[in-house]
Design a binder for this molecule. Sequence first.
Ligand SMILES: *[C@@H]1O[C@H](CO)[C@@H](O)[C@H](O)[C@H]1NC(C)=O
Ligand SMILES: *[C@@H]1O[C@H](CO)[C@@H](O)[C@H](O)[C@H]1NC(C)=O
Ligand SMILES: *[C@@H]1O[C@H](CO)[C@@H](O)[C@H](O)[C@H]1NC(C)=O
Ligand SMILES: *[C@@H]1O[C@H](CO)[C@@H](O)[C@H](O)[C@H]1NC(C)=O
Ligand SMILES: *[C@@H]1O[C@H](CO)[C@@H](O)[C@H](O)[C@H]1NC(C)=O
Ligand SMILES: *[C@@H]1O[C@H](CO)[C@@H](O)[C@H](O)[C@H]1NC(C)=O
Ligand SMILES: *[C@@H]1O[C@H](CO)[C@@H](O)[C@H](O)[C@H]1NC(C)=O
Ligand SMILES: *[C@@H]1O[C@H](CO)[C@@H](O)[C@H](O)[C@H]1NC(C)=O
Ligand SMILES: *[C@@H]1O[C@H](CO)[C@@H](O)[C@H](O)[C@H]1NC(C)=O
Length: 506
Amino acid sequence: MVFYSGFALCAALTGATALQIPLLSSYYQAPIGHVNETNPLVNSTELQDLISGDRLMVRAKKLYEIAKLGEEEYNHPTRVIGSAGHIGTLSYIYETILQLGEYYTISNQSFPAVSGNVFESRLVIGDGVPKSAAPMGLTPPTKHKEPVHGDLVLVSNDGCQASDFPDSVAGNIAFIKRGVCPFGTKSEHAGRKGAVAAVVYNYEKDPVSGTLGTPSPDHIATFGLSGEDAEPTLKKLEKGQRVDGIAYIDAEVNQILTNNIIAQTTEGDPNNCVMLGAHSDSVTEGPGINDDGSGTISLLEVATQLTKFNVSNCVRFAWWAGEEEGLLGSDYYVASLPEKENKKIRLFMDYDMMASPNFAYQIYNATNALNPNGSEELRDLYIKWYEDQGLNYTFIPFDGRSDYDGFIRNGIPGGGIATGAEGIKTKEEVEQFGGKAGDWYDPCYHQLCDDLGNVNVTAWVVNTKLIAHSVATYAASLKGFPERNLTVASSAYNEETKYHGPKLFA
Ligand SMILES: *[C@@H]1O[C@H](CO)[C@@H](O)[C@H](O)[C@H]1NC(C)=O
Ligand SMILES: *[C@@H]1O[C@H](CO)[C@@H](O)[C@H](O)[C@H]1NC(C)=O
Ligand SMILES: *[C@@H]1O[C@H](CO)[C@@H](O)[C@H](O)[C@H]1NC(C)=O
Ligand SMILES: *[C@@H]1O[C@H](CO)[C@@H](O)[C@H](O)[C@H]1NC(C)=O
Ligand SMILES: *[C@@H]1O[C@H](CO)[C@@H](O)[C@H](O)[C@H]1NC(C)=O
Ligand SMILES: *[C@@H]1O[C@H](CO)[C@@H](O)[C@H](O)[C@H]1NC(C)=O
Ligand SMILES: *[C@@H]1O[C@H](CO)[C@@H](O)[C@H](O)[C@H]1NC(C)=O
Ligand SMILES: *[C@@H]1O[C@H](CO)[C@@H](O)[C@H](O)[C@H]1NC(C)=O
Ligand SMILES: *[C@@H]1O[C@H](CO)[C@@H](O)[C@H](O)[C@H]1NC(C)=O
């Protein structure tokens, strides 16, 4: 049986509810309240030398304590948007930057977010309960949060057109193939035709961990199903045989307000900004110390150490909210940039999951052929740095799974590094990085055990130094880095991707 449970009543976030988090004041003694104009121009080696594992771990412990604020409501530590753990994280970030005085200008960007919670679910097909059946992210519940019964009705083609849905789906369960259009579109069509639930089955043998995306009043309770589990049903339906089923989802979708935090250096050319980001939120299931506590803390530490230097170009740090719900914060940020402001951002660097326990040093394979000019230069900066350290690296797809996506789609070059999520480490990668073959890079990915024990400090320090290097390099000079090409329409990068966030979107 597939039962998903989770306690999650999302509290509305009002601006005034920020918790009082004690400040981390023990070790930074820079003068507060002014920019020291005699600071030397930022130097990569010197900035990297200021990064230490001990300091990262002090912050990680702090973040875990903050995640525990989520226990009262969720029965376990979490920093999911809307939780006390996330509000505490925002206060911690804000206070940490505030302490650095006038070196940074901080802003909160509030935006509406949807937060979905599935409390319980079950799918029965014929007399079997397919193991891979999983409710889609942001799915509505079945009617009255009760089980619904009906025949499985095969939908033609990919279920991307209303005409693919036969009238017989009314009162029944639509059985739809994955692909071509977003899951949300398929669910909407099924809902408009009166289906009581929908099942999207994979064209590959794997399960489908997807999301319906932005809620629609026409969405109906929707499951994903692996190709392997779908095959027997598909065969019967194609032969015209009857298959019935029971679908049950107890879930809710809530609208809340949450916020991004943006900190920009007061010094440096404001027309040429170097931007980087990590996401401040976790999934509901756990405290998110690696995902993305690691990136959040790396950025805080680099921002802190940077204050000992002067910069030529503006540096803008972002801590995004709602990444786990589908890149909500970064999308909102880029979408609300006036064109004039968009043009000032020379590049965006994404730092999500810097310390996976069974890590690989992964670089997003962001090329100029498919992405805004400059993405490849950034990729090559990462390559050169790992090579200079005598470290191995691998390329991973630049496919929309993290917060760089909104930037790329709006013409801003981007890239980043990561250390691996639910992928499986190969034997070759064990030779390159150590660790364990056959296991996930992050065995606690999106789980309760993504806690203080779920970081490899060696990898974390290496990658935080690389973040420092990327910031120092471009903050000192953008010489040779491609100018923003304003003649290329941003629609050139608007192709649909399989991902928009951590979950499959189509
Ligand atoms: C400014 O920075 C320089 C170089 O880091 C340092 O020697 C000096 O003491 C600082 N001045 C003040 C007023 O903090
Ligand atoms: C950066 O600092 C290192 C170590 O202090 C020094 O060797 C190097 O020359 C500096 N680089 C630049 C470009 O000034
Ligand atoms: C910005 O958000 C932080 C964290 O939620 C909060 O502590 C701070 O008071 C807010 N500041 C403003 C000016 O809204
Ligand atoms: C650094 O500080 C000086 C003031 O001493 C300022 O004039 C300059 O613009 C700043 N930037 C660089 C890159 O030196
Ligand atoms: C990187 O992406 C380019 C296309 O932009 C592709 O040709 C190349 O094979 C990719 N490299 C790897 C190692 O995935
Ligand atoms: C890099 O990978 C090779 C195998 O491909 C391995 O022999 C070497 O030890 C690795 N280097 C490091 C620093 O781990
Ligand atoms: C972190 O990774 C390094 C290199 O693979 C390894 O030597 C070390 O044991 C790991 N640390 C932990 C705590 O797993
Ligand atoms: C990319 O940047 C390079 C170097 O600045 C420039 O020569 C080239 O024309 C640019 N290409 C596009 C498509 O903008
Ligand atoms: C912008 O892109 C166009 C078309 O690819 C290219 O011809 C032009 O040289 C580019 N301009 C710049 C400033 O890179």
